[in-house]
Design a protein around this ligand. Sequence first.
Ligand SMILES: Cc1cc2nc3c(=O)[nH]c(=O)nc-3n(C[C@H](O)[C@H](O)[C@H](O)COP(=O)(O)OP(=O)(O)OC[C@H]3O[C@@H](n4cnc5c(N)ncnc54)[C@H](O)[C@@H]3O)c2cc1C
Length: 406
Amino acid sequence: MVENWAGNVTFGASAFHRPASVAQLQEIVAGSDHLRVLGTGHSFNRIADTTGDLVSVADLPPVLEIAASGVRVSAGTRYGELMAPLHAAGLALHNTGSLPHISVAGACSTGTHGSGDAHGVLATAVSAVELVGADGELRTVRRGDPVFPGSVVALGAAGVVTALTLDVQPTFDVRQTVVEGLRGFENVEEALAAAYSVSLFTYWDGNGFEQVWLKQRADVPPLPAGWLGTTPADGPRHMVRGGDPAHCTPQLGTAGPWFERLPHFRLAFTPSSGDELQSEYLVPRATIGDALRELDGIRERIAPVLLVGEIRTIAADDLWLSPAQGRDSAAIHFTWVSDAARVEPVVAEVEAVLEPFTARPHWGKVFTTSPERVHALWEHLPEAAKALSAGDPGGKFRNALLDRYL
Ligand SMILES: Cc1cc2nc3c(=O)[nH]c(=O)nc-3n(C[C@H](O)[C@H](O)[C@H](O)COP(=O)(O)OP(=O)(O)OC[C@H]3O[C@@H](n4cnc5c(N)ncnc54)[C@H](O)[C@@H]3O)c2cc1C
């Protein structure tokens, strides 16, 4: 029995495979009618599920080819395994998600993002993707190819990714500082723009943002004391009440390498609470203040089933199924208690409030948005669905969730 990280999904696969070579993987794909790939299983819905063959690429021979022009990495590599060698070679990625535990292919497939006004989803760093198609053939799709915009954030429907090439930049140091007590929603956009990467944390209990995590490049001056009426935290913090700060990356303004500050969580520790569900919605960035004010109207519904809420920003991109496609975005995230029966009605209420803000759900988290609504939200979805069907006419890489939404 294979489960996702959160334990809320038991996969319905009839067989689980861990091929040790690309040739073996090609044989499995060619011989299968229905097949999905499981990354590190950190998604909260049935996006990776199948009734057929479930495949892990974690045992494929590792690839890590580092060059100033980009890094070629095996698909199952976790970001936490990639980042230190990159830094040692004098290089960096543009951003990371909150946790280094997720696989590169799995994260890019769902449009996983970090924070920062100038930074696109992690998949925007991908310049080439190598994948085994429905016919069992291995091919490479490069930036500039006509179907490239539908081949990276592809929800696992473009084929089994074996390796990716990612853009890199010179390494840099980051200072992480947590400040407390950002009140009201007036200064949200200014706060989100104040550093390389910013996360605003709230418990939706009427007190504004209890914690603001500022990840500043070390080569820019620190923010002035008392910035936007906040107070520096007097020690390291975990954003979940009662959480152990030892699980989190170093704070208190000490400078250190990008990969030890941009994620919130450390690879050797459980990220977040470990016992939770998550949902997230991306709205056009300019509407974030209004969207939060509207959500504040139902905070008495949200707070009782919430562990913590987080607001981040993401730059627009041109990947067809990316949640930030075509618009600079702000993401409204909810870490819920792990009680689906109590959480799902509140998720539906949040979606109803956010509907006028054209909120796009995160593909890897809990959402109840209707297929009609999803089609209206992603203008390039028809192109993406057409390209994915052309590459997989028999629907080998489809599952119930993709049949519903694509
Ligand atoms: C504690 C926690 C914190 C999180 N923080 C963030 C965050 O900061 N930002 C954010 O955006 N999201 C976040 N997420 C969500 C997470 O990043 C996404 O769900 C991500 O897709 C998980 O990657 P994974 O490797 O576990 O993929 P999985 O969940 O295993 O799979 C996701 C999708 O990718 C496909 N896939 C995986 N590998 C391959 C492959 N080799 N070839 C083809 N398809 C493949 C699967 O079929 C599936 O459709 C968080 C999740 C958790 C549990």
